[in-house]
Design a protein around this ligand. Structure first.
Ligand SMILES: NC(=O)c1ccc[n+]([C@@H]2O[C@H](COP(=O)([O-])OP(=O)(O)OC[C@H]3O[C@@H](n4cnc5c(N)ncnc54)[C@H](OP(=O)(O)O)[C@@H]3O)[C@@H](O)[C@H]2O)c1
Length: 339
């Protein structure tokens, strides 16, 4: 599998998400999947304290005990868990949550510690100072953000630079062919400021595998999702998204590859994308995705996939593109980075 740079790490261009491990995916199958991922050249694994209320981290622990030195390990903090209790990004809670994750994972250091989402109840400076303290204490090697709006990400990075605190090296946004809002603000900022991008939900929770069809919606993550989840049927099973699927299906046939590999290949070709986080539930689903990094799409193929479900056309981008011919923001000159 191909690799790339992320902050101080060399990571595989697919990251294996462990959200379902220890729950929908039993531990034994999860460990077989992790072994297979390593065999295929993968080295990047993403979890969070909140997945299964610590269950995902606990499921990874015995496998990590055998393979720790071969893995770039990412986890997250923000949402409610029973150990250490509570939720949010207050400094004391971040420190306690990090210790709890280290204990559950059975490791001395977390490679990439990500803030799972913003906490409006805590001044961002307090959160960033506490995260910097974890890096200085050697508990964490690098920092990332997830689900941040662009303005808060840019502000956070500016504060980290100003205070010479450990910087965010990555953003984990939702991003796929059926959810492209990240292209408007987040991706241009990450490209300009040198942050890696780790798209979650790269298959739209399974919509981009071809298993859901117009009028035939079998049991799965999408059909089971409550209305407020991102992958809820009312968001995924729309005519414009089915048109994306039509194009993916044709292109998959042309390439002789499974449909979801084409969806991943499209993401992998977006400038600035480091590694989509795949979330297979079974060993077979993982096997079906692994070769995606080999596929090269030409410009015309990418355009066919992009045409049916573009991101919203908003101002000032529309005005800058149309009247000034300026498609992206200029490079941000950061004082320092972790590389
Ligand atoms: N930062 C965040 O807020 C956030 C949020 C969500 C996820 N994540 C991370 O991103 C990872 C991936 O997210 P995701 O699970 O939403 O990703 P996804 O790849 O969009 O969806 C995964 C789902 O797609 C289906 N699937 C996967 N491979 C398949 C295949 N080969 N054939 C048929 N169906 C297949 C499965 O659905 P069924 O289970 O229905 O079979 C699986 O549960 C997670 O594990 C987690 O690490 C982060």
């Amino acid at each position: 599998m191909r690799t790339t740079n992320l902050g101080p790490f060399t990571v595989s261009r697919l990251c294996l998400g462990a959200m379902l491990m220890g729950a929908e995916t039993p531990a034994g199958e999860a460990h077989r999947m992790l072994d297979r991922f390593l065999d295929a050249g993968g080295n990047f694994v993403d979890t969070a304290d909140v997945y299964g209320d610590g269950g995902s981290e606990r499921t990874l622990a015995p496998w990590l005990a055998r393979h720790r030195d071969r893995v770039v390990l990412a986890t997250k903090v923000r949402f409610g868990v029973s150990d250490p209790g509570g939720e949010g990004l207050a400094p004391d809670r971040i420190r306690a949550a990090c210790d709890a994750s280290l204990r559950r994972l059975g490791v001395d250091t977390i490679d990439l510690y990500q803030v799972h989402g913003p906490d409006p109840a805590v001044p961002i400076e307090e959160t960033l100072a506490a995260l910097d303290g974890l890096v200085r204490a050697g508990k964490v090697r690098a920092l990332g953000a997830s689900n941040f709006p662009a303005w808060l990400l840019a502000w956070s990075v500016a504060v980290q630079d100003r205070e010479r605190w450990a910087p965010f090296v990555s953003l984990q946004p939702q991003y796929s062919l059926v959810e492209r809002s990240a292209e408007l603000e987040l991706l241009p900022f990450c490209r300009a400021a040198g942050l890696g991008v780790l798209p979650w939900g790269p298959l739209g929770a399974g919509f981009l595998t071809g298993r859901y069809q117009r009028g035939t919606m079998p049991d799965g993550r999408v059909t089971r999702a409550p209305d407020d989840l991102e992958e809820a049927v009312h968001r995924r099973a729309t005519e414009r998204n089915f048109r994306v699927l039509d194009e993916l299906t044709k292109l998959a046939a042309d390439h002789g590859r499974p449909v979801p590999q084409l969806a991943l290949a499209w993401l992998l070709a977006v400038p600035g994308v480091t590694a989509p986080i795949i979330g297979p539930r079974t060993f077979e689903q993982l096997e079906n995705l692994l070769d995606a990094t080999d596929i090269e799409l030409i410009a015309n193929e990418r355009e066919r996939l992009e045409a049916p479900a573009p991101p919203p056309d908003i101002s000032p981008q529309r005005m800058l593109r149309g009247q000034v011919g300026q498609p992206d923001v200029p490079t941000v000159h950061r004082l320092f980075t972790s590389t």
